[in-house]
Design a protein around this ligand. Structure first.
Ligand code: PLP
Ligand code: COI
Length: 342
């Protein structure tokens, strides 16, 4: 089915919400998920006492659909998003939405909104947001009995304004995740707690917060919406290892890209705040962030300036970026099972 594209200024899209034509909905009641359907109704109607409204029982995912050079619409490793959502559901005592149904729901929603998938070369993509929440009234602290799983889409451009201009971060005094908490899952509560920190960071002129490990405050964790990658002076890729950060699909993919496509050494290990000054390049990676270069990190007045500078992406970061986006847009051959054609 070939659909005419919507009349959208694709090149100037930011990272925002634009209502598209269809979304997917499935309800969990009396112990089972219903068969699910596409709907045009963008509004969710729930009881005032719904579990999600009282105790934040909600989880989500984020992935993108791209138009490849030869005109196909594809998603990137959606099976890993499906599995991560199962893991998130289990941690919050929610009934997992089966992985194969997740893949089907994503494909159906993207297909129905194909007129909103930005064209190849526009620099934009269709962001896909699967999510689920406790829907029935819950007043004592306990899991809901009824849930809703939904998927909506929105066309997006770069997550950070200014596109590829290197970012300035600050080391946050707030913690994001406790050692045995929920940092490793994609739950709304992890983002609610970051609102004050990000508003305050912006007020102070920073683009994002670097969160430290809560137990010792000596190790680098992640930012509010992306993982870190660092490049050493001898061109090794290093990324923080921690049980309390989100296992980024972009980061896991980049480790493989670094080794298999670029012939670089790549290592997941604990990264200490006091070794940041030794790295040559720094970037934030994630579905929304793709790879956004970081030029400077400020630790309570002490500036850590990466040699790659404040004007452009570092050399190795750029190679990683070009290879990853080439795989996603179909100009570089992908590893087996990374690309799902819609
Ligand atoms: N860390 C956080 C806190 C995020 O919200 C995200 C976005 O999903 C990521 C990291 C990057 O994960 P992924 O590469 O799977 O999008
Ligand atoms: C994503 O990259 O998909 C995320 O969920 C990050 C969010 C801050 C937009």
């Amino acid at each position: 089915m070939k659909m005419d594209k919507k009349n959208i200024d694709w090149k100037n899209l930011g990272f925002g919400y634009m209502q598209t034509d269809y979304r997917y909905v499935s309800n969990f009641k009396e112990g089972k998920w219903d068969e699910g359907t596409l709907t045009t109704d963008a509004n969710v109607v729930i009881n005032e006492c719904a579990g999600v409204l009282q105790y934040a029982q909600t989880i989500f995912e984020g992935l993108k659909a791209y138009t490849t050079k030869d005109g196909k619409i594809v998603t990137f490793r959606p099976d890993l998003n499906a599995q991560r959502m199962v893991d998130s559901a289990n941690r919050l005592e929610m009934p997992p939405f089966p992985a194969e149904r997740f893949l089907d729901a994503v494909a159906k929603t993207v297909k129905a909104n194909s007129a909103f998938v930005p064209p190849y070369g526009s620099g934009a993509s269709l962001y896909i947001r699967p999510y689920m929440f406790g829907a029935n009234p819950v007043i004592g602290v306990k899991p809901a009995d009824e849930y809703q799983f939904r998927v909506f889409t929105t066309p997006v451009g770069p997550y950070f304004k200014g596109g590829v201009k290197p970012l300035t971060l600050r080391v946050s005094d707030f913690d994001r995740a406790a050692p045995c908490g929920t940092g490793h899952i994609k739950a709304g509560l992890n983002y609610a707690m970051s609102m004050h920190a990000i508003v305050d960071a912006h007020k102070e002129g920073y683009d994002e917060n670097l969160y430290l490990d809560a137990a010792t405050r000596t190790k680098v964790e992640e930012t509010g919406g992306a993982n870190f990658i660092f490049i050493t002076k001898d061109k090794k890729v290093v990324t923080p290892k921690s049980n309390s950060i989100l296992p980024s699909i972009t980061r896991r993919s980049l480790l493989q890209v670094a080794k298999d496509y670029l012939g670089l050494e790549a290592e997941e290990r604990e990264v200490y705040l006091d070794e940041l000054q030794d790295f040559a390049e720094c970037g934030l990676c994630g579905t929304a962030a793709v790879i956004s270069p970081v030029g400077k990190i400020v630790d309570h007045g002490k500036e850590i300036c990466f040699p790659s500078g404040m004007e452009a992406m570092g050399e190795v970061t750029k190679q990683l970026y070009n290879t990853l986006t080439g795989i996603q847009m179909g100009t570089i051959e992908a590893p087996k099972d990374w690309i799902y054609v819609i």
